[in-house]
Design a protein around this ligand. Structure first.
Ligand code: MG
Length: 157
């Protein structure tokens, strides 16, 4: 089974920017109810989508004070448990991050490592791509950041 996840957040000055659980040096960071990690939120929705479990908002409502400032790694950990309970195993994860600045080339390997640990996969089965939006749209104007994730999951007998 394949799942697609997407997430976006508004960028603002003086906020932290976390991607895949890794802190990025940036003048702009995300405004969010949780820690605003678009990479982990897209990953969560891809995992949930592939396993037919709904969406991240149903599992972790953003009006629940329990998740205020939440570490998004904990969302992934909880979804991993839901998958394990159902004998579902992740085959691979492919992520695309859309961010105008800064360039993420020095962070991609760290993000990859972080995600491989979270989803218990060899790094070869985790792929991170980063691109600008060539100045177009909300990403191009640095009003926001977005991420897509595709995840393949297999059921073991
Ligand atoms: Mg989000």
């Amino acid at each position: 089974m394949v799942g697609l996840g997407y997430d976006s957040h508004i960028l603002a000055e003086g906020k932290p920017l976390l991607l895949g659980g890794i802190k990025i040096e940036s003048d702009l960071g995300t405004i969010a109810h949780s820690d605003g990690d678009v990479v982990l939120h897209a990953l969560c929705d891809a995992m949930i989508g592939a396993s037919g479990l709904g969406d991240i908002g149903e599992l972790f409502p953003d009006n629940d004070s329990k998740y205020l400032g939440a570490d998004s790694k904990l969302f992934v950990v909880q979804i991993m448990k839901l998958l394990e309970d159902r004998n579902l195993f992740i085959i691979n994860v492919d992520i695309t991050i859309l961010l105008e600045k800064p360039k993420l080339k020095n962070y991609k390997e760290k993000i990859r490592q972080s995600i491989s640990e979270l989803v218990k996969l060899p790094v070869e089965n985790v792929n991170i791509k980063a691109k600008s939006n060539e100045g177009m749209g909300f990403v191009g104007r640095q009003e926001g950041i977005a991420a897509y994730c595709v995840c393949e999951i297999q059921q073991k007998a």
